[in-house]
Design a protein around this ligand. Sequence first.
Ligand SMILES: C[S@@+](CC[C@H](N)C(=O)[O-])C[C@H]1O[C@@H](n2cnc3c(N)ncnc32)[C@H](O)[C@@H]1O
Length: 155
Amino acid sequence: MVSIYGLKPNARVLDIGCGKGHLVYDLKQLLPEAEVRGFDVSRHGIGDAPAAIRENLFRYRAQDAYPWGDGYFDLVISLGCLHNLRIFELKTALSEIERVGKLKYVMLESYRNEQELFNLQCWALTAESFFDTAEWIWLYNHFGYTGDYEFIYFE
Ligand SMILES: C[S@@+](CC[C@H](N)C(=O)[O-])C[C@H]1O[C@@H](n2cnc3c(N)ncnc32)[C@H](O)[C@@H]1O
């Protein structure tokens, strides 16, 4: 991620739905001078984060307006989080990611057939948005998200 996105030592990076902050921790190891922030709706997740990075994390919801100016972050990342939002919340979250990040990367669970949809429904108990790949891409375009994206599937 550091080399793919050309992150400089003083880069600013945000991880949305950071869970226990493992990615934030790894990025701080790689870029000790960087401003690496993460937020998650779960107090429990953040509370379990490594002590070394706990001050970089805070409790917040992906679907609320973000407290940073336009283009504040060099990179905004969100891994396996946004499917927990309803469609109108996705509009806000994707618009905010687009607004605060110069570069952005979103990874989400999706499906390509009935079996993968079933498997996803069994796994993602907190999910609100079950969209197939074409639907997610349509949503990204519709909500003006221009960043990178990838999907994972439960085969
Ligand atoms: C599958 S975990 C992924 C955690 C982390 N990104 C990772 O890759 O290990 C999904 C995370 O999204 C968080 N989450 C769910 N709904 C959220 C919301 N509305 N706003 C922020 N975080 C949320 C959950 O608490 C959980 O930590």
